[in-house]
Design a protein. Sequence first.
Length: 165
Amino acid sequence: MTTQIICFLTMTLISPMAFAHEGGNHGGHQAESPPPPVSRDVLDVVNDQYLSQVQPIFKAKCFDCHSNQTVFPWYYRIPGVKQLIDHDIAEAREHLDMSHDFPFSGYRNPARALEDIEDVVNRGEMPPFLYTLMHRDAKLSDADILAIKAWILESLALLRSPSSQ
């Protein structure tokens, strides 16, 4: 309990940007080039694989910030903390919104979304360290990382295939 109190106090003193994304730029959709056309059939296959292979991981590890399915912690009701968390969630969804399956909202180019997720996973930037202090089960396991990377690799191959157009 003492560790939680210390972590809670630390969170309330950290700036919103540092807490949510530790000051990093995680790709996103800024200045994104128009996507190459991809058939709806290919997007459906990628989404089916996402739903079965990766969405359960993202739901457990990422949805609190990157979807409209946030489960707020007990300390959310504390004035100041509520605003900090709301800001962090809004920023996270601006970078990547997983509320509506794949392709993710905010990205016109599905392949770019996958590349950005792969980059963040490779760098170990998500979930942010300070978030994992209060949500220890949010850290991606080695098996989670392998599953995400395998899905990304398969999906990029499908999206870039000449037959996907």
